[in-house]
Design a protein. Structure first.
Ligand code: NI
Length: 393
């Protein structure tokens, strides 16, 4: 079977048998068996799900990552390869990312003797709940790695379009919870209590000024309250209000600034009105910060293999690939998948013709990146493999 046919088959199998984050057991077996069929070396690092594999030998080491998990969505796409599980769907195209990386692994395996180093393939679990990258880093997936690439499909682009940008490419994705505690009372006698709903409403309104009044107009941020729960009947002022929401920012500085301002607003508005406000902040994945030189290489190779390179603004979505970039330099990029429906939509359906060209792109980019790394290792002896694996930790 040609590589093209093999990875199209893999895509169909993955799409029909999606598994949720951290439960990718069959997916893991399937990926392993495809790698074994091609004689590609699997690294046994002890990850519960996900697979790490390599072709080539020695230093430098380039890593490429694909995510493998699906979402809890009942698929409604019109196609003859719909998910067999109505509780799960590959609605973000991670099945495509996996198939593309497998294709690249097969192509690189066929030229293993000529590679100027090693290419490591990270088939990463649990991107959707943002902890898979940390799991793979914990088991040592980045040890010795000099640079890393990853991609996400973009349904708004046609299948011959590629995009990336230097610096922030996705957002810091943080979750917030706010509790306002007042004093419950009879609704006819509000003066006997402290109404947390009125306090909560003031807080929600004041939060809207963080983006407009507290950060520079040139910086991007979103603060959204998405849940507001209080009370259970018409004639009782409740004791508490529970809120939930998200903060999206692009840089560590703005992230910290929003966090501080939010805390001040929540605590002081509540205190000023006789209640108590508490902010709980849960760090999500940081923003993907692409390294300019690797973005340049990714764009150059994309053009060479026939992609149209599109300039974009960073998105305020999240991507746990960011964790890898805290340890090693690299770039994250988008390739067009041309779907009529957005990511995470039950009718999301990619154009399968994107798979083989994308595999070929990874193949060419991997070779170009190894050449770049090889010459920088030789011109800078300080940047020895020992040093580069130390800097991973
Ligand atoms: Ni995704």
């Amino acid at each position: 079977m040609s590589i093209d046919d093999t990875i199209q088959t893999l895509f169909l199998e993955l799409h029909q048998n999606p598994e949720l984050s951290n439960q990718e057991f069959e997916t893991t077996k399937r990926i392993r068996s495809y790698l074994e069929k091609a004689g590609i070396r699997i690294l046994e690092l002890g990850a519960k799900t996900g697979v790490i594999a390599e072709v080539g030998q020695g230093s430098p080491v380039l890593a490429i990552r694909a995510d493998i998990d699906a979402l809890p969505i009942d698929e409604q796409a019109e196609c003859d390869y719909r998910s067999k599980n109505n509780q799960a769907m590959h609605a973000c195209g991670h099945d495509v990312h996996t198939s593309i990386l497998m294709g690249a692994a097969y192509l690189l395996k066929a030229q293993e003797q000529d590679l100027q180093g090693t290419v490591r393939f990270l088939f990463q679990p649990a991107e959707e709940n943002f902890n898979g990258a940390l799991e793979l880093i914990d088991v040592g997936a980045l040890n010795g790695v000099d640079a890393i690439f990853g991609l996400h499909n973009n349904p708004a682009l046609t299948i011959n379009q590629m995009t990336s940008c230097a610096g922030p490419f996705s957002a810091n994705v943080d979750r917030i919870e706010i509790t306002v505690t007042g004093v419950g009372a009879h609704a006819a006698r509000p003066e006997a209590g402290v109404d947390p709903i009125v306090i909560g409403a003031q807080i929600v309104t004041a939060i809207q000024t963080i983006v407009s009044r507290s950060i520079s107009g040139l910086d991007a941020a979103v603060v959204s309250i998405t849940k507001f729960l209080a009370g259970n009947t018409w004639n009782v002022i409740p004791e508490t209000v529970e809120m939930e929401g998200t903060v999206r920012t692009l840089t560590p500085q703005v992230r910290e600034q929003v966090k501080t301002t939010l805390k001040t607003i929540v605590e002081n508005i509540a205190a000023g009105m006789g209640g108590k406000g508490e902010l709980r902040w849960f760090d999500g994945p940081p923003s993907v910060i692409n390294v300019a030189s690797w973005v340049e290489l990714a764009k150059k190779v994309a053009q060479q293999v026939g992609y149209e390179v599109i300039d974009v603004e960073p998105s305020l979505g999240g991507e746990d690939f960011a964790h890898y970039l805290h340890h090693v330099p690299g770039a994250f990029l988008n390739l067009g998948s041309q779907s009529d429906y957005a990511l995470h939509h039950p009718k999301f359906k990619i154009d399968r013709d994107m798979i083989m060209p994308a595999a070929n792109y990874w193949f060419e980019l991997a070779k170009a990146a190894l050449t770049t790394l090889h010459s920088s290792l030789n011109s800078n002896p300080k940047n020895s493999p020992e040093n580069s694996s130390e800097k991973n930790h």
